[in-house]
Design a protein around this ligand. Structure first.
Ligand code: ADP
Ligand code: MG
Length: 222
């Protein structure tokens, strides 16, 4: 049953990302079509056009390859992974969705740290939290990601400018199916907590008075 829930959440993550992804892929496609028509008309700036076309194709390539990991099964492969790389991947994936709401995702200084983890699972945690942050924000603004070291662990803070979490709701977060959203699954935080537990890490929620919430992922250092 647990596996089923995890799988259905993954589908819904993919499903909810679809609008943003479609938008992000349609733009390069439109541009490619235009350049193909120009080339067909026999223009003389072929090389410049080729370069732009390859760039557009690469953009679509990275988006689609990011999507693939969501459909992978839930097996654990822990390896040394670069934290900054994982976060950059996730930010690339979520940027289209953020852009639709005029939200910027800002990364603090380079997080130069490797952690031993299952790459796709830890990326899933960042996706779940950042997606919630985007969904919580009703106005344009930014989501900040920062990290620092504390003893034998690394702390990654994701700070949004949403309305924050009401006191009476905060203890329910992470309960399966607890959602305040019309189309929510209420599984994202639960799955994130489970993944972090399997990594001897944890998830903390800090309230910022008047300025939204901070979700803090804690992972042990190797
Ligand atoms: P879902 O996103 O499907 O509702 P989650 O488990 O991801 O499920 O989140 C559960 C609930 O936690 C959300 O419905 C929302 O009420 C609350 N929540 C999570 N992240 C935030 C956030 N950044 N700001 C405000 N509320 C949040
Ligand atoms: Mg969610």
């Amino acid at each position: 049953a647990e596996e089923m829930m995890i799988r259905s959440e993954k589908m819904s993550v993919a499903g909810q990302l679809a609008a943003g992804i479609a938008h992000e892929i349609r733009n390069p496609l439109t541009s490619l079509k235009g350049f193909l028509q120009l080339l067909q008309a026999g223009v003389n700036r072929k090389d410049a056009y080729h370069k732009i076309m390859v760039d557009e194709i690469e953009k679509m390539e990275s988006i689609t390859s990011e999507l693939l990991f969501i459909s992978k099964p839930m097996t654990e492969h822990k390896e040394m992974e670069s934290l900054s790389e994982m976060i950059e991947d996730v930010v690339t994936l979520l940027k289209p969705q953020a852009r639709l709401k005029s939200i910027e995702i800002l990364m603090g200084q380079e997080i130069n740290q490797d952690v031993k983890c299952d790459r796709s699972q830890i990326k899933q945690v960042f996706i779940n939290i950042l997606k919630n942050a985007i969904e919580a924000m009703n106005d344009p603004g930014c989501i900040k990601i920062s990290s620092h070291l504390r003893k034998e662990e690394i702390l990654i803070d994701m700070i949004d400018e949403g309305p924050g979490i009401p006191e009476e709701v905060i203890h329910k977060l992470g309960e399966p199916f607890f959602t305040t959203k019309q189309n929510g699954t209420g599984l994202g935080l639960m799955i994130s907590q489970q993944i972090l537990e399997r990594h001897e890490g944890k998830l903390e929620i800090l309230q910022n008075v008047n300025t939204g919430s901070t979700f803090r992922v804690i992972l042990p250092l190797p």
